[in-house]
Ligand binder design. Structure first.
Ligand SMILES: O=C(O)CCC(=O)C(=O)O
Ligand SMILES: [Fe+2]
Length: 212
């Protein structure tokens, strides 16, 4: 098990089906068919039942920056616990370093504009969001359905888009090898054009999360 809330290429590639994408600018991986269809339907049900408007940690004055809805997935639910176990096996990160799992739901026209998942170390909200658990390290994202049109996740710097596909996991390191934040992780959850889009997001921190 890793210590600092970090996974690694060596750890991830130990798992069958994990592919590293060939970019030097960031560490980026995918794993297709990570979740079983029944598992995904259960989590979509939970998202439908408990969704609320998504929020932004660092408000930037654009009310349309993140227009999706979010669901805090209950850590006591067996489907959520199973997901936590699958993620820990995949990434080797001590679950204590994980933020609570979230589900996201995008309706037609909804998006999450280009952003990085790490917090700005010089930003005014650093203390508020990072004083206990430290910086975000890795992001794990799982698409829960095939979207009829739109809804891709686009990494702008490397010009790589991931098409939503039920069960596909995409993960990346938000930090560079020297431990500094990596702006090449800039990504855009693009507008859904037809149908709905459901994803799971899991973020990890340098230090244990410490609150629930
Ligand atoms: O929905 C997506 O494609 C991206 C989601 C995302 O970037 C996030 O929740 O941080
Ligand atoms: Fe993101």
């Amino acid at each position: 098990m890793t210590k600092s809330g970090e996974s690694s290429a060596a750890q991830l590639l130990r798992n069958e089906g994990v592919q590293q994408l060939p970019y030097t600018q960031l560490e980026l991986f995918q794993r297709k068919n990570f979740l079983a269809p029944e598992h995904m339907s259960r989590i979509v049900e939970m998202i439908e039942a408990e969704r609320r408007p998504s929020t932004l940690a660092d408000e930037n004055g654009d009310a349309y920056f993140r227009t999706s809805e979010t669901c805090d997935l209950s850590a006591s639910d067996p489907a959520v616990q199973e997901l936590e176990t699958l993620l820990a096996t995949l990434n080797g990160i001590d679950p204590a370093h994980g933020e609570p799992l979230q589900g996201q739901r995008y309706d037609i026209g909804q998006e999450f504009k280009p952003h990085c998942d790490y917090f700005n170390p010089d930003g005014q909200d650093w203390e508020k969001y990072c004083s206990v658990a430290g910086q975000r390290t890795w992001t794990f994202m799982i698409y829960l359905n095939d979207v009829e049109a739109g809804g891709a996740t686009r990494f702008k710097t490397i010009k790589k888009s991931f098409q939503p596909e039920a069960g596909k996991l995409v993960c990346w390191n938000n930090l560079r090898p020297d431990g500094q934040v990596n702006p090449n992780t800039l990504h855009h959850g693009m507008k859904v054009r037809k149908g709905l889009k459901y994803v799971i997001t899991k973020w990890y921190r340098e230090k244990p999360w410490g609150w629930s």
